[in-house]
Design a binder for this molecule. Structure first.
Ligand code: FAD
Ligand code: 2HG
Ligand code: ZN
Length: 499
């Protein structure tokens, strides 16, 4: 089939208006980090699962490869086409209906293109919590979250997207529809196919809908920010938080001083708590002095705290109960010296402002310039030693690099990112130093028996690294699965699996 015939066939399936070939297609062709700009044969936007199946059949028959795309917020260049102009971007954005909320089963069935925040809000309106939460929630889709097995800020209590999923509807590489939307919590009838598709980054099938777990809304969600003297202290605080809050601990995020400094620099309207005097004098946890306290924003680093931690306590009893629990925790932590100072948000606005500081770090980093991301996981207990070793090795080998260290400490997942030296050209730095910096960091991650990707996946950016950091046995099994499910390599070729 030639190009005109393929486009005609696709238009016949989804309608002329939903096969995009002209105009500004940047939103579909460029990745969020602006690492690569591709060029698509067309962007195709089906609105139903049968339409997705027909598009896949059409592309498979024509030998055209498909790049599935949700919100295009991925971090590893996995959702944009290559530069060949021969790939179809299959956007799931129009497949965005909430099909059913089953309150008694505590499940929601939703189509893949539904924006995460829309899903959270729809569930909340019916009195349920859908706990997946990440800074991209205003634009990422549940299909993309499943395809990347996204983590986010609530994993310490609710698990990754995988743990929240009870069933999938998938269009296979052959254009068949698999309906696995049973909503069952127990089903041992052979291989659990759902888990193959989750985290497969669009290489094994196209997720068109999912049945996800819901939870009762907690009575209250309290947020605190604590300044800690070291990463060791942050780990100690995590232990105390597990002990004092138990299942109420729903968020535990660490932020390095330099990462906070970037938020302060690029978003000066945000008030980073702990003004000079407050942080200099350790004392009882303060209530409500958080993001509104003081007239000027201060970096915690200005009083010498190298890290801050955001903690969240979700409680099913009452706000009063949650506040008392938090106070006991923070007082114990102050006594043991693993917290220098802390504030507890007094209301939702203050809590949101604290979370907003944390969620602004990736955006502040982007404003600062192109950067190198390491989305790693290591056993929580070993993280302080890893960071100490990695910091020293990087500074010795690449003097002046700026380390942007933050992330989901409660899950052992750090965003151990590297920004070019202040006086360097970020683009040149990236071209010349990304390879050697990755090699250094990943070698250390291996030494600590960690993972080179805890959240963002492999995409194109890390596929060559995977060859060195995944066991040959695992890689062979992955290739066998890909060949079995997608023998003609139609779905997202040259992603995930090393060349
Ligand atoms: P896309 O970017 O469109 O796609 C991602 C991958 O999934 C691609 O390989 C694509 O081909 C595939 N895909 C998309 N939809 C489907 C589908 N329906 N079927 C099959 N394959 C599909 N990630 C985290 O894990 N935790 C975080 O805390 C986090 N925070 C972020 C914060 C910001 C500011 C940004 C920009 C990104 C963040 N991410 C985070 C990364 C990103 O993985 C998530 O935003 C999200 O899971 C991607 O969803 P998406 O709809 O944008 O997917
Ligand atoms: C987060 O936790 C995201 O904020 C993005 O996973 C991390 O930009 C990053 O490195
Ligand atoms: Zn993250």
């Amino acid at each position: 089939m030639d190009k005109t015939a393929i486009l005609q066939a696709l238009r016949a399936i989804v309608g002329d208006a939903h096969v995009l070939t002209e105009g500004d297609l940047t939103a579909y062709e460029q990745d969020w980090r602006k690492r690569e700009r591709g060029h698509a044969l067309a962007v195709v936007r089906p609105a139903t699962t049968p339409e997705v199946a027909a598009v896949v059949k059409c592309c498979a028959a024509a030998g055209v490869s498909i790049v599935p795309q949700g919100g295009n917020t991925g971090m590893v260049v996995g959702s944009t086409p290559d530069a060949s102009g021969t790939q179809v971007v299959l956007s799931l954005q129009r497949l965005n209906r909430l099909r059913v909320v089953d309150g008694a089963n505590l499940t929601v069935t939703v189509e893949a293109g539904c924006i995460l925040q829309t899903l959270q809000e729809a569930c909340e309106a019916q009195g349920f919590l859908f706990p997946l939460s990440l800074a991209a929630e205003g634009s990422c889709t549940i299909g993309g979250n499943l395809a990347t097995n996204a983590g986010g800020t609530q994993v310490v209590r609710y698990g990754n997207t995988r743990e929240l999923c009870l069933g999938l509807e998938v269009v296979t590489a052959q254009g068949e529809i698999w309906d696995g939307l049973t909503g069952l919590r127990k089903d041992n009838t052979g291989y659990d196919l759902r888990h193959l598709f989750i985290g497969s980054e669009g290489t094994l099938g196209i997720i068109t809908a999912a049945t996800m777990k819901l939870y009762p809304m907690p009575a209250t969600q309290l947020t605190a920010l604590a300044a800690v003297p070291s990463l060791d202290a942050a780990v100690q605080l995590l232990g105390l938080a597990h002990k004092h809050l138990n299942a109420g601990l729903t968020g535990f995020e660490v932020m390095g001083d330099f990462a906070l400094g970037l938020v302060r620099k690029h978003f000066p309207q945000q008030k980073v708590p702990f003004g000079g005097e407050a942080a200099a004098a350790p004392g009882r946890p303060k209530q409500g002095t958080a993001p509104t306290g003081g007239s000027e924003p201060h970096a915690v680093g200005s009083v010498g705290a190298p890290y801050c931690v955001v903690l969240e306590n979700s409680d099913h009893e009452s706000e009063d109960h949650a506040r008392k629990q938090f106070e006991r925790l923070l007082e114990a932590a102050l006594e043991q010296g693993c917290v220098l100072d802390a504030v507890v948000a007094e209301n939702i606005a203050q809590a949101r402002a604290l979370w907003h500081i944390r969620e602004s770090i990736p955006l502040a980093q982007a404003q600062e310039g192109l950067n190198i991301k390491h989305d790693i996981s290591i056993a929580v207990s070993k993280i302080p030693a890893f960071v100490q070793e990695a910091d020293a090795a990087l500074q010795a080998a690449f003097p002046g690099v700026r380390l942007v260290n933050y992330g989901h400490l409660g899950d052992g997942n750090l965003h151990y990112n590297v920004q070019a030296p202040a006086d360097a050209d970020a683009e040149v730095f990236l071209t010349t130093q990304e390879g050697p910096i990755n090699t250094l960091v990943y070698a250390l991650v291996d030494q600590y028996r960690g993972s080179i990707s805890a959240e963002h996946g492999i995409g194109s950016l890390k596929r060559d690294k995977l060859a060195h950091h995944k066991s040959p046995v695992a890689l062979a099994a992955m290739r066998a699965i890909k060949t079995a499910l997608d023998p003609h390599n139609t779905l997202n070729p040259n992603r995930v699996l090393p060349a």
